[in-house]
Ligand binder design. Structure first.
Ligand code: ADP
Ligand code: TRP
Length: 325
């Protein structure tokens, strides 16, 4: 039995990159009988940037709805909020004492985030330690993530290794699982799709708003009648992620033939997203109106998660010389 675990941060709305890069790959693995999965919303991590309780609550609720709408089986597996299991903060402290300072200074994600923000708090800096606690606090074997998170997994492995080296086998060393077919989902501007770049496609938006978002995908100024290069086009790059082989070939031929504008391509992308995610969109819309149902799912998940991390914390406390239960 392998334990799979992944989290998504609840800042802003979940986008196509999160769905294809993290959520769907985990769900696929979690459905296999030989696996047991832990999925959570990393709302402690969100506090590194969010400064409104309302906003935090709302985006956390939406993130949970996305997990369930995308098909996460919370009965077979475990779905919870990071903040409902505060034991993770205790473990973070222990792990921070095994984390070399320069390792955090050199984290790409910290450098990137701190360069783009005027206020850089210590939470942003120790973010990878909390992430390590999220993972090794549950004896996770595999962590499905997008490519950008691989360095955080290396940090996690290093911290767990350092602890094991000093105190003997305590933590399972986890492995990242990057879906090679997805890699990085591009945003409307062709860069990596990310909430913090303002370039997302949110597949759960009402159709009218989704259409608007797709309308902002950056294209070049080749006139409608001229042939176009699908391989350099942001619309085609997104279309390809969801389309069948036949649909891709058909769209490619339309680009190459000319007389097919970017507006047409965007309309086809919208139709494809609506059709591809129709079931997910329906469940999402039902769940966001049913907070009670979401809450009862989360409380059940937190109880299951707590049981696991409490056992592991006890193991750690014992090794460190603190009182155990
Ligand atoms: P964001 O960059 O929008 O803040 P997060 O950092 O919350 O997204 O990412 C949550 C998960 O989704 C991570 O595992 C991350 O690797 C994955 N992910 C985010 N953006 C993308 C993307 N554009 N392509 C593939 N995976 C992504
Ligand atoms: N840092 C991850 C992200 O921004 C979210 C996250 C927090 C996570 N804890 C985790 C992912 C543990 C995997 C495992 O995408």
């Amino acid at each position: 039995m392998a334990r799979i675990l992944t989290g998504i941060q609840s800042t802003g709305r979940q986008h196509l990159g999160n769905v294809l890069g993290a959520i769907k790959p985990l769900i696929e693995l979690s459905n296999k009988p030989e696996n047991e999965a832990f999925a959570f919303v990393a709302d402690f991590h969100s506090l590194t940037t969010v400064r409104s309780a309302e906003e935090l609550k709302e985006s956390t609720k939406l993130a949970v709805a996305v997990w369930i709408a995308c098909g996460f089986d919370y009965k077979k597996n475990t779905l919870y909020l990071q903040s409902d299991v505060p034991e993770v903060a205790e473990l973070t402290w222990y792990l921070s004492c095994f984390t070399p300072f320069p390792m955090l200074e050199n984290a790409h994600s910290f450098k990137d985030k701190s360069n783009r923000r005027s206020e850089v708090n210590a939470g942003l800096f120790t973010y990878p330690v909390l992430m390590a606690a999220d993972i090794i606090g549950y004896d996770a074997n595999f962590v499905p993530v997008g490519k950008d998170q691989v360095q955080h997994l290396e940090i996690t492995r290093d911290i767990a290794g350092a602890f094991n080296h000093t105190y003997g086998e305590t933590f399972v060393i986890p492995e990242p699982k990057v879906d090679e077919n997805v890699k990085v989902v591009p945003g409307t501007d062709g860069q990596k799709m990310s909430k913090s770049y303002g370039n997302i496609i949110d597949i759960f938006l009402p159709e009218k708003d989704l259409k608007k978002q797709i309308g902002t995908i950056v294209t070049d100024s080749t006139p409608l009648e001229e042939p176009k290069n699908p391989d350099t086009c942001n619309v085609f790059a997104l279309y390809k992620l969801l389309a069948s082989q036949d649909q891709q070939t058909e769209m490619r031929n339309k680009y190459l033939a000319g007389g097919f504008g970017y507006g047409h391509a965007k309309a086809e992308l919208l139709a494809l997203i609506l059709q591809y995610f129709s079931k997910e969109r329906e469940t999402f819309n039902r769940l966001v109106e049913n907070e009670k149902e979401l809450d009862s799912i989360l409380l059940e998940g937190a109880a299951k998660a707590r049981k696991v991390i409490t056992g592991i914390l006890d193991r750690v406390r014992g090794k460190l010389g603190y009182r155990t239960k």
